[in-house]
Design a protein around this ligand. Structure first.
Ligand code: C5P
Length: 424
């Protein structure tokens, strides 16, 4: 099994320093990155920092005999699934458009038959210059994908188009270009080692979910009483959204089925918005198959039978309306016995008392593999778990109960995703 592999060509603009962040984001997604620096890029980022982050030798000189003997420029392109030029300066784009091959970067780009993504970054006038636009048109015609730069303040003090996009957005674009079917999914990134020098221990926080489909539900459901009233609960959606985000950062394709919450879309996640439990079940079934499903939503247990089509009015007599409640489908239990049951099914148990005992019973009753249990009593000193920033959970699996310390919801999400990546 191999990880997807990127050959990252960094050319010398002020945005080159952002390539370090891009490497880190790609590594967290399980992508192996090998870097090539142009001479001018070395003025902005050092081969040492890139070597540490990529855990690989960093290439630069065309006529380094050792490099050419051990791994030639053709090999560098052959061993990659995708070549990314980031940042791509006006100068390198011009040389690419003209077919020049006067250094290692341009030679690789001329010799490659692999897909190429160029991420330009330059001063606004350079971007709008007719020569640059002509070169870009030529490169597009040659089949090179160009990621449009952002508009904003420039390092040179001007304002306009030409800023390097956010590294997170570039990483997403790269993941989208690495078609999963071309690459075999892997549990751990294939680490390319360099025996010629010592490398500082890398950040290994990223177990990879590359090539996996992860389904997450989040938030409350709203069950209408009439067009303006509903039955709901205090779920904020924060924990589910953090889990969806962490799964996407680990390289998964993520579907997030969300009840009504006011949270922005996590980057790189497909979000499906629903209101009611019945809509949530339909959206979850639509999203199958999935490798793992993490059911974080606080789904209402009941909906109102025959909710009114018009706003219910007081009639002045003092009579109160009677609401008849009907049980909602249990989405988790439905998946637990589904013909397309996800391989790993994780439920949440929000409890106010006997947290672990209830959760242990729930795991069996709902046919889940794991239950993440938490105490949702509303504390005196804050919003409690629902709406709060932290969560102290118990993870219940077939082999027992783990008590995790109180952690920010993002940290709970990352640790849980690491466990899921291990289990898959
Ligand atoms: O039974 P309880 O609501 O405590 O179970 C919580 C778990 O079951 C959560 O994972 C929640 O998303 C899921 N659930 C569900 N459908 C329901 C009720 C709960 O999927 N109708």
């Amino acid at each position: 099994m191999t990880s997807p592999r990127i050959l990252l060509i960094i050319s010398g603009g002020i945005a080159a320093y952002k390539s370090l962040e891009l490497v880190r984001l790609l590594r967290r997604r399980g992508v192996a990155v090998r870097a090539v620096l142009t001479d001018s890029a070395k003025e902005f980022v050092t081969p040492l920092s890139l070597g540490v982050l990529t855990e690989d030798h960093v290439y630069g000189a065309m006529f380094d005999l050792k490099e050419e003997r051990e791994i030639g420029h053709i090999q560098l392109s052959r061993q990659a699934d995708l070549i990314v030029v980031c940042p791509a300066t006006a100068n390198l784009l011009a040389r690419m458009a003209g077919g020049l091959a006067d250094d290692l970067a341009s030679t690789i780009l001329l010799a490659t038959d692999k897909p190429v993504l160029a991420v330009p970054a330059m001063n606004v006038r350079m971007w709008h210059h007719a020569a640059t636009q002509r070169n870009l048109a030529q490169l597009r015609a040659d089949g090179i994908t160009i990621m449009e730069p952002d508009e904003g303040d420039m390092a040179c003090g001007e304002f306009g188009k030409g800023r390097l996009p956010d590294p997170e957005a570039i990483a997403e674009r790269i993941m989208a270009m690495l078609a999963p079917e071309v690459v075999t999914p892997t549990l751990a990134p294939q680490l390319l080692t360099d025996t010629s020098r010592t490398i500082v221990a890398p950040d290994r926080s990223g177990a990879t979910l590359y090539g996996r489909h992860i389904l997450v539900t989040a938030g409350p459901t709203h069950e209408p009483i009439d067009p303006v009233r509903f039955i709901g609960n205090r779920s904020s959606g924060l924990q589910g959204f953090a889990i969806a985000r962490a799964a996407a950062e680990a390289g998964a394709r993520v579907t997030l089925v969300s009840g009504p919450v006011s949270l922005p879309d996590p980057p790189g996640v497909r979000r499906v918005n629903v209101q009611t439990a019945r809509e949530m079940l339909a959206a979850v079934e639509d999203a199958l198959p999935a490798d793992a499903a993490i059911m974080v939503a606080a789904v209402a247990d009941w909906h109102v039978a025959d909710s009114a089509g018009q706003k219910i009015k007081k009639d002045g007599s003092g009579a109160t309306p009677t609401l008849t409640l009907v049980e909602n489908p249990d989405i988790l239990a439905t998946l637990g016995r589904h013909a397309r049951r996800p391989r790993l099914l994780v439920g949440f148990a929000a409890e106010t008392n006997d947290v672990v005992a209830h959760a242990v019973a729930k795991r069996v009753r709902k046919g889940a593999d794991w239950i993440v249990a938490n105490d949702v009593s509303v504390g005196e000193n804050g919003p409690g778990v629902m709406g709060g920033a932290d969560n102290a959970i118990h993870l219940i699996t077939s082999s027992g109960v783990e008590d995790w310390p109180l952690l920010p919801k993002e940290a709970v999400a990352r640790h849980l995703i690491e466990r899921i990546a291990d289990a898959l």
